[in-house]
Design a protein around this ligand. Structure first.
Ligand code: AMP
Length: 397
């Protein structure tokens, strides 16, 4: 089976054509600068092919058309005709309270995604554009929506309700939703497999990348997660502030006389986090580590603050789960940052977590990194959101 996985953003669109059973990726790529000018980067891993082409992309429709064209291209393509694509799986950011799992796309599903635009104003319109562009390019092809929020819908009210007047929940659905759900589902499922599928399990997943979130998972079901109504909440991230006292927003807006609430939120999303703590140097942990090694105190603070906050969340989620069997690190920093993992785990020695320093050198591979006498297993498990989307798509089509 060939599944085309699409992750459409407002000005970009990532794609992978893959086999959901084996996980083999036949081709993958990125359309950038949609709505501006347009550039396609296309790769065929088995043939070491990398093609970069400037192609006008006034809308997502032209981007999808360019993807279809290169996938069937005699030289750089991997299929003879679009008929060889069995189905399309879309990453959709916000499923609100309507979607607890992935769903075959029909008019009702599209309307429900549209209804969630107030909750995901930046991403849901782009996700819909990706879906509609695929409908146009491949009429009648089965399509599936896989929601970033769905895995977290098993949270109990005490975890998802905000302590604000009830009418905002009842009338406006304001609550914690959480994101990166496809990654948390993939990685927690794998962790449970690696533990030998015990009947009962308590797992904390640390998805640490440019965006970061943690989840507390009991018996395979999410109990709590660090992002909230939007991905701004939780630990400090590459450019997002993470949890912040709302009065900080009031103070900054009073001080910066011309700043609108949208400008302020834009700053909290794009100019904060470790980038702000490093005095604007970088949101990339590799740059911060290099800076700290040169003796840059701001880089050092950015790294230490990040690890401290992640460590605190793990402590809180261990209490939420009333114990812990397995701690997992995933995503760019989680998979590739031994120093970060070591610093985070230094806050957890009190609960018997001990790393194996040799195993913790791993970068990008699945590996148990806890010492044999650690009371809690600690793993690095590479995430694969595209595979999860492809598997859900294959199952529903
Ligand atoms: P992601 O959002 O999951 O793609 O993660 C991206 C982030 O992972 C980058 O911003 C880097 O900070 C981090 N990262 C990737 N590779 C490495 C590495 N080898 N060492 C440390 N951090 C890394």
């Amino acid at each position: 089976m060939n599944i085309l996985v699409i992750n459409a953003g407002s000005s970009s669109l990532k794609y992978q054509l893959m086999n959901p059973e084996t996980g083999e990726v036949f081709a993958k790529g990125l359309c950038e600068r949609i709505n501006i000018d347009g550039r396609l980067t296309h790769k065929v891993p088995s043939k070491d092919i990398k093609v970069v082409r400037d192609i006008p992309m006034p809308t997502h429709a032209e981007a999808i058309a360019a993807v279809m064209e290169i996938l069937v291209d005699p030289e750089n393509g991997v299929i003879k005709s679009v008929d060889e694509i069995d189905a399309v799986g879309h990453r959709v950011l916000h499923g609100g309270m309507k979607f607890v799992s992935s769903c075959l796309i029909d008019e009702a599903c599209k309307q429900a995604i549209r209804d969630c635009i107030p909750l995901g104003p930046l991403h849901n319109p782009a996700n819909l554009m990706g879906i509609e562009a695929c409908e146009k390019a491949m009429p009648g092809k089965p399509q599936v929506a896989v929601f970033d929020t769905a895995f977290h819908m098993t949270m109990p009210p005490k975890a998802y309700r905000y302590a604000i007047p009830t009418k905002y929940f009842e009338e406006d659905s304001l609550r914690r939703y959480g994101f990166h759900g496809t990654s948390h589902r993939f990685v927690s499922k794998r962790a449970i497999e690696l533990m030998g599928n015990p009947a009962e399990s308590k797992v904390i997943v640390c998805h640490l990348g440019n965006g970061s979130s943690l989840s507390a998972v009991k018996n395979g079901e999410c109990q709590d997660t660090s992002m909230g109504l939007s991905p701004l909440a939780g630990v400090p991230m590459g450019t997002r502030s993470g949890d912040i006292d709302a009065c900080v927003v009031q103070y900054i807006m009073n001080k910066e006389k011309n700043m609108s609430i949208d400008d302020c939120l834009n700053m909290l999303n794009k100019q904060c986090g470790v980038k702000a703590l490093s005095n604007g140097l970088s949101s990339d942990f590799r740059d911060l580590e290099a800076g700290a090694a040169r003796g840059d105190e701001a880089c050092e603070l950015a790294l230490r603050k990040f690890c401290y906050e992640v460590g605190k969340y793990i402590g809180a989620y261990t209490a939420a789960l009333n114990g812990l069997d397995c701690l997992v690190f995933t995503a760019g920093v989680g998979e590739n940052g031994p120093e970060t993992r070591k610093d985070i785990c230094s806050y957890l020695e009190f609960m018997g977590i001990k790393l194996d320093p040799e195993a913790n050198k791993v970068r990008g591979d699945e590996m148990k990194i806890s010492a044999p006498d650690s009371k809690v297993q600690v793993w690095v498990i590479p995430t694969n959101e595209e595979l999860m989307i492809a598997q859900d798509t294959a199952e529903l089509c």
